[in-house]
Design a protein around this ligand. Structure first.
Ligand SMILES: *Cc1c(COP(=O)(O)O)cnc(C)c1O
Length: 395
């Protein structure tokens, strides 16, 4: 059966993804099953999305109750789930205002538009350029791929949008030098996810905050991958002792249902008045009801504490493997956003783990990424590390 599905999909789907050749039919907690009934322990979480694991009973209940009540009414009206989700986000972050959309790229689009509009409203129309980082990833729409500092993602889509400058990540001096009279903001990920789990040097974010304040420009954090508990804090910026002016969220915000959000401080969000931006589905009741339950579950069941603990536990074990196998160059990341850089190509390791019942993924050709649901336990981690140990011994 799975062979038929795969060959059919390969005929009718746009070939934008290189997929692992299994057909996933079902999930529960940290386990996924394929159509042949084989079980896999999930260390991908649908790319850092299913932070509460699959089919979490609280989310399932909230979603089915809302499905029975109201799916969608558009943003021409008020709804309770949307209002409550925005309130939760405001109460638990630096922000005063929330704009809802449907994906990470859309959240970044909103942030880019808001940054430009903020300076237009201030009478500084010449400020429109945004500085972003080399090796960054901000999405696949025209504006967000223009903001993305990876040639392979922009390739073939020229001309890209005007208004983005690039500097190396972790280089505060390069950033300071790049700021000019037309710069309006800096946009970056707290930890570069797709770029290879690249972490900021100590003090980097304090410097950025100071540089932005001195230059009178905005600090925009793309927390699409790092947010919602992934780094052991609700938002990654809490690890670095600073706050942004604008932040974007998506991925794990509704544990697998499509949602994006752009959060901003009041005096910046002011620039978005009626008619300035919008989204038909943005903050629709069916998704926001589920998202609200995701966030309540995360905090009531102390899932982020588990993330911190299990993240440290897994990282220690990966570091032990590094002592043992020369092929491992380094282990990086915080919380349950961990990477292992190899001296060789990573995809054979991904395949070997899959064959042994573990799903991991590989980024930048040679970095194995470990992003399990934040509910993962010691037992699953022990078994993954055993699997990696076997795979590394055999290759
Ligand atoms: C995944 C991701 C995006 C894009 O999100 P989509 O929902 O795929 O549009 C943007 N920024 C970062 C940091 C991401 O990890």
């Amino acid at each position: 059966m799975s062979k038929d599905v795969i060959s059919k999909a390969d005929q009718v789907m746009a070939a934008t993804y290189k997929r692992t050749p299994i057909v996933i039919a079902k999930g529960k907690g940290c386990v996924l099953w394929d159509t042949d009934g084989r079980a896999y322990t999930d260390f991908v979480s649908g790319v850092a999305v299913c932070n509460l694991g699959h089919a979490h009973p609280r989310v399932v209940r909230a979603l089915s109750m809302q499905a029975d009540t109201l799916f969608h009414v558009s943003n021409l009206f008020y709804t309770i789930p949307q209002t409550e989700l925005a309130s939760w986000l405001v109460e638990n972050s630096f922000a005063d205002r929330v704009f809802f959309c449907n994906s990470g790229a859309e959240a970044n689009e909103a942030a880019i538009k808001l940054a430009r509009k903020h300076f237009k409203e201030k009478g500084e129309a010449e400020r429109y350029k945004i500085i972003t980082m080399e090796k960054s990833f901000h999405g696949r729409t025209m504006a967000t791929l223009s903001a993305t500092g990876q040639g392979k993602i922009r390739k073939g889509f020229d001309p890209v949008l005007d208004g983005f400058d690039f500097v190396p990540f972790n280089d505060a001096d390069a950033l300071r030098d790049k700021i000019g009279p037309s710069t309006c903001a800096v946009l970056l990920e707290p930890i570069q996810g797709e770029g290879g789990i690249r972490c900021p040097a100590p003090g980097y974010f304090e410097s950025l905050r100071q540089i932005c304040d001195e230059a009178g420009i905005l600090l925009i954090l793309d927390e699409i991958q790092t947010g919602i508990g992934r780094t052991g804090k609700l938002f990654a910026y809490e690890n670095f002792g600073i706050e942004p002016d604008i932040m974007t969220l998506a991925k794990a915000l509704a544990n697998g249902l499509p949602i994006g959000a752009m959060l901003a401080r009041e005096h910046i969000a002011d620039a978005f008045g009626p008619g300035s931006h919008g989204s038909t589905f943005g903050g629709t009741p069916i998704i926001t009801a589920a998202s609200l339950e995701v966030l309540r579950t995360l905090s009531e069941e102390k899932i982020i504490d588990n993330c911190r603990e299990m993240g440290a536990y897994l990282k220690d074990k990966l570091l032990l493997l590094k002592e043992k196998y020369d092929v491992i160059e380094d282990v990086r990341g915080i919380g349950l956003l961990l990477g292992m850089r190899l001296k060789t190509e990573g995809s054979p390791f991904v395949t070997a783990c899959m064959e042994k019942g573990f799903l991991i993924n590989c980024i930048q050709d040679n970095i194995l990424r470990f992003i399990p649901p934040l509910i993962v336990g010691r037992d699953e981690i022990d078994r993954l590390v055993e699997c990696l140990d076997d795979v590394m011994r055999e290759t």
